[in-house]
Each structure stands twice: as C-alpha cells, then as structure tokens.
Design a protein around this ligand. Structure first.
Ligand SMILES: *Cc1c(COP(=O)(O)O)cnc(C)c1O
Length: 439
C-alpha cells in the first residue's frame, strides 16, 4: 500500500484516540520498529522516547518476547478462564506474588489499565458489603490523579480535567490534595503538612464511610508527571489504614521498574491492599492488566452463595499470549543488566537537567527513576493539557525525528530501558532545540 493510499483509507475509516482530527497533523505510518527506533513508511527513523504511551519496556519487537508469544500461539492461544486455567497464567501469578510486597498474592486478570482500576473499585466496595459493613460506600482519590477512561476510572480521575464531556455519568468521589514537588523545592514539607491536615479532617468526618482510596504512587503520570515524596505517600497510607480505608495503588504507569524500584510501592516501602498493573506488563506487546490483592480480601468473597463471589470478567481474561509475553518481559526486567540500564538512564536524566539548570524555560525539574520532566513556564491560565506550548514543542521534536509528546506545558522523557546514551543525547539536544524554537 502506498503512503497516499494508506493515509486516504485512514482518513476515511479510522477514528484515532485523544485526537482532534480537524486540526491534528496527519498520523505517521509506521512499518516496523527495533529497540527505541520506529521506522516510518519510506525509511525515516523516529526515536521513541515515551515508550509508545508508556507501555514499551525493553524496546520494540524484542525477539525474546516475540518468540515467547509465537511459541505460546502454536500451543494454546486462548481459553475461557472460568472453570479453566493454564500454565502461563499460573506461572505469571506465582512469579508476581514473589516480587510484589508481601501479602499481595491473589491476581485478577483483565485487559487494560482502566479495567484493572474498575476491578479494584468494584472489589473494594463488595468486600465491605460481604462483611456486612454496608455504610462504607465512598471513594477517595487525589487531585491530579488519572486512572483511565471507563466510568469508574473517570470518576476517580475527575480532577485530571479530561472528562468534562461526561460529568453527568460520573459518581461522586472525594478528592484530596497532593503536594507535587521537584528538585530544589524548599517548601515541600509545609505543603505536605497542609495536605495531610486536610486528609486528617476528611477522614475524621468521612473515614468510616469510605471503602477505598486510590492513588498513583510517587508519580502522577497523565496530569503532568507530578511527583511526590515517598515520605508523603507513607504518611497517607498510615492515615488511611488507621481509618480502615482500603488502599489501591494504581501502578499502571509506575510498575515494572519505571520509577527505579521494580514497583513504586517497593521504592516507597509501603504495601497497598490492591495494586493495578498494566502498561509495562507485557512490555508493550499485548493488552493485558492485573489487579493484585491480598488473601484476606480474596477470602471475603468466599461463601455458599454466588452473590458473595466477584461476578466480573472479560472475554479475554488471562489470555495465554499476554501471559507468555509478560513472563518473557519479567525475565528481561529481573536481569542485572536491566537494573543497571535503569540506573544509567536516571543518572543521564539528572546530568542533562543539571546542564539545563538556569534555562529560563525550564522550571520544576524532576526525576523519578527513568522518568524525567520539567514545566515550561506559561502565563497564568495558559497551562494545563490544552496549553498552546505543547503543539509548538511537538513540531520541533517531529522535525528532529523524536517521539516526545508533551503533556500541555510539561516536557517529559519516559524511554524504553534499551535506550542508549547516544540516543538520550539526541533526545536532550532535541529538547534544547525545541526550547530555542519557543523563544
Ligand atoms: C494509562 C493509565 C491508566 C489507564 O490505562 P489504559 O490501559 O489506557 O486503560 C490508568 N492509570 C494510570 C496511572 C495510567 O497511566
């Protein structure tokens, strides 16, 4: 198919996500990929510095994962998961139970980050119902949290401001502040104390009616790579527990080494009651997600009657190909060279941001593991996801053959772990050029 033909058919028949088709540039046809490099139709190369919407852990088309999927596809591609089980799902669950914080040992499968969140919210509500505590029906979430695009996930992520069109279908969720911080932030402790005081007041009044709280630990992704300190996260969890509120960590983005430690909860030294995992789970090969919880919560669903059970499931639950991809990805993730690569990327980010120190268009520089971000200052009221700065930066990145996709006025890198120093050099040089194009 020629490029012209492909784009004509795309315009005629394809509806792209998060895209205003009237004003967006034409989509770029990609024909293959390797490592951190996407190859466009015609042979032009684009360096993928955001792991293709944060999913691609080890680089594109990794042969070990491709082989694992192909082998599995020849043996068992899919089977109904009610009344049946299979080795890839069992091995993946057992392996995750070993590397997640102690106690998280029951794995529920679904297909994407949003459904992993829905499962946690639904299970949290039902666990109290099953225990006869029917007055725990409220949910708590944090300002700037994003949890996906299905109705429950939108309700929990209402403060991310992506959901104006659907206000009428959302259920009420209590939203509390998170003190985002950055390098050289002198006032973080005062802001943390304020946020914790607000949480205390809220829990005093509503704690006993609250089933669960959902949080993106250490880094709030979609609302602009907003980072908070592990000290704050630990203080939040301690308060929630004191009021019997279940804790859901949405690690859809932060999981699988993204923030340095294997999971943000391990890095912060705190264990939730539910952890939601997706994005990096299959290293970007197949859509799959997990909601992992404790035996105590799982066992609250046991009983003689079906209505105590968790009556939720999806057609492709625990797809064996996804499980095979996830197992192969874990092999790569747990190898020493991956740990070293993540540390190398973090050190590179820190040095690059230090070099940009004092640049008038670089504020609030921040790094958490392999994620680096900063804000481009904009006039009051011109920030946020719709900021005009984003498209202008994106044009410059596109000219340089870089896939970097600012979140409004927030520039960030979230590369696959195979990214080389030479590629990171190109990325940060491209950022400098993009900033120059603004002034
Ligand atoms: C992307 C994301 C989701 C939603 O995942 P989908 O697979 O896009 O449904 C949920 N939570 C967080 C933190 C995310 O980054």
């Amino acid at each position: 198919m020629t490029r012209e033909e492909l784009l004509r058919l795309d315009r005629a028949h394809v509806w792209h996500p998060f895209t205003q088709a009237q004003t967006a540039p034409e989509p770029l046809p990609v024909v293959s990929a390797n490592g951190a490099v996407l190859v466009e139709e015609g042979g032009r190369e684009i360096l993928d510095l955001i792991s293709s919407w944060w999913v691609n852990l080890h680089g594109h088309a990794h042969p070990a994962i491709a082989d694992a999927i192909a082998d599995q596809a020849r043996r068992l591609e899919q089977v109904i998961f009610a009344g049946f089980t299979h080795e890839p799902a069992v091995r993946l669950s057992a392996r995750l139970a070993q590397i997640l914080p102690g106690g998280l040992d029951k794995v529920f499968f679904s297909d994407n980050g949003s459904t992993a969140v829905e499962v946690a919210l639904k299970a949290a509500l039902q666990v109290f119902r099953n225990r006869g505590e029917t007055d725990r029906t409220r949910f708590l979430a944090f300002d700037g949290g994003y949890h996906g695009d299905t109705v429950g996930a939108m309700s929990a992520g209402v403060s991310s401001k992506f959901f104006e069109a659907w206000q009428e279908m959302l259920f009420p969720v209590d939203i509390l502040p998170v003190p985002a911080t950055w390098m050289g932030d002198a006032e973080v402790e005062a802001r943390e104390a304020e946020a914790l005081a607000a949480l205390d007041r809220h829990l005093e009044a509503n704690g006993r009616h609250t089933a669960a709280a959902i949080v993106e630990p250490l880094v709030q992704g979609a609302s602009g790579m907003r980072m908070h300190r592990p000290e704050f996260l630990r203080a939040v969890v301690e308060r929630l527990r004191a009021h019997g509120v279940l804790v859901i960590f949405d690690e859809v983005m932060t999981g699988f080494g993204r923030t340095g430690a294997l999971f943000a909860c391990l890095g912060a030294g705190v264990a939730p009651d539910f952890i939601c995992l997706s994005k990096g789970l299959t290293a970007g090969f197949l859509p799959m997600s997990l909601t992992v919880t404790t035996t105590a919560i799982h066992d609250a669903f046991l009983g003689d009657s079906l209505d105590r059970a968790f009556l939720h499931g999806h057609s492709f639950t625990a797809n064996p190909l996804g499980c095979a991809a996830a197992l192969a990805s874990l092999d790569l993730l747990l190898a020493d060279d991956c740990t070293q690569a993540r540390a190398r990327i973090e050190a590179f980010h820190r040095a690059a941001l230090a070099d940009l120190g004092g640049h008038p268009l670089v504020t609030r520089p921040r790094v958490q593991g392999t994620i680096a971000a900063f804000d481009v200052p904009v006039a009051a009221g011109e920030g946020g996801y719709a900021s005009a700065v984003g498209p202008r930066l994106k044009e410059s990145f596109a000219r340089d053959g870089l896939l970097i996709r600012p979140l409004g006025n927030v520039v960030y890198l979230l590369p696959p772990y195979c990214v080389t120093d030479a590629q990171l050099t190109r990325a940060w040089e491209g950022i400098s050029r993009a900033l120059s194009s603004l002034s």
